[in-house]
Ligand binder design. Structure first.
Ligand SMILES: NC(=O)C1=CN([C@@H]2O[C@H](COP(=O)(O)OP(=O)(O)OC[C@H]3O[C@@H](n4cnc5c(N)ncnc54)[C@H](OP(=O)(O)O)[C@@H]3O)[C@@H](O)[C@H]2O)C=CC1
Ligand SMILES: O=C(O)[C@@H]1CCC=N1
Length: 263
């Protein structure tokens, strides 16, 4: 599969790393265009313009949403002959993509950074694409982790959970560590313990047949120490309300960005 990537920073770079490590895409089949050379997997070509010659099987758009018009001005003509335009731009829907890049089938999606390990989530928002396009996108995304197709408000919610979720969890790890540090654990030990606890708990939740709620109950002895802590998180649904407000803020920002992109 031949791939062109327009913009290949943190997120698109994570996807590229996994594609190459998994063997889904060969490094020499990838052309990246960015404004300066970056550390990319060996064998990937990078330049300040798309290559000449036949269009690839897929074009991946990996710039910031605010850079869409600029890159469309440079590359829309070259991209027009490609069959699929896969976009990871938050708040940029299929109609906006087609306006900027007429020709290819637009496939907006929201990945997350753990795709680099093959443990990410990709939420795809292209409900009406032809079967062969869906099959091709599914095959390309499969090595990255879970793939979910969603539309409308479900996509909006799933996209912020998947796309932003890692950042929320990184904050949670830091907050756990800071709390332990405030109680006397050395800074580095607190950071290590918090990360190891989250990693182990996530691995257990991913493999154990019990739900996260049931696993929490398995940790919390009746009248014990964990229950006392859970009572703080559960008081007035404090954690639920915090997460609802967090996702709602990200979703509202995505909607603002979508409105700006629509113009
Ligand atoms: N970070 C994340 O976890 C996630 C990000 N996203 C989406 O991914 C997209 C990129 O975000 P992220 O990777 O964090 O940002 P980065 O800034 O790391 O990546 C943006 C890339 O675009 C390139 N770029 C900018 N302008 C141009 C241009 N005119 N021509 C070609 N390339 C250009 C930059 O390279 P250079 O400066 O060298 O040109 C850089 O490689 C965003 O749209 C975001 O919504 C989606 C899900 C998760
Ligand atoms: O913060 C952002 O806008 C992008 C999209 C999801 C994660 N990063």
């Amino acid at each position: 599969m031949r791939v062109w990537m327009i913009g290949c920073g943190n997120m698109a770079g994570a996807m590229l790393t996994r594609w190459i490590e998994s063997g889904a895409v060969k490094a020499e089949a990838v052309d990246v265009v960015n404004r300066k050379d970056r550390a990319l997997p060996a064998g990937v070509r990078q330049a300040r313009a798309l290559p000449t010659g036949a269009a690839p099987d897929i074009v991946v758009l990996g710039v910031k949403p605010q850079q869409l018009d600029e890159v469309a001005g440079h590359y829309a003509d070259r991209v027009a002959g490609a069959p699929i335009l896969l976009s990871i731009l938050a708040g940029v829907d299929a109609a906006v993509l087609t306006r900027a890049f007429p020709g290819p089938v637009p496939v907006p999606m929201m990945p997350n950074l753990p795709v680099a390990l093959g443990q990410g989530v990709c939420v795809v928002n292209a409900p009406d694409v032809p079967t062969e396009v869906r099959a091709r996108v599914d095959a390309l995304l499969a090595p990255l982790g879970d793939v979910i197709w969603a539309a409308g408000t479900v996509y909006a919610a799933a996209a912020v959970l998947a796309g932003c979720g890692p950042a929320y969890l990184f904050r949670f790890i830091d907050a756990l560590a800071r709390a332990a540090e405030a109680m006397g654990v050395a800074h580095d030990d607190a950071a290590r313990l918090a990360l190891a606890t989250v990693r182990g708990a996530a691995a257990l939740a991913a493999t154990d047949p019990r739900s996260p709620g049931a696993l929490a109950d398995a940790v919390a002895s009746p009248g014990g120490t964990t229950r006392a802590g859970l009572n703080v998180l559960d008081d007035g649904a404090a954690l639920d309300r915090l997460m609802q407000a967090t996702l709602a803020a990200s979703a509202a920002r995505a909607e603002e960005m979508a409105a700006a992109a629509r113009g």
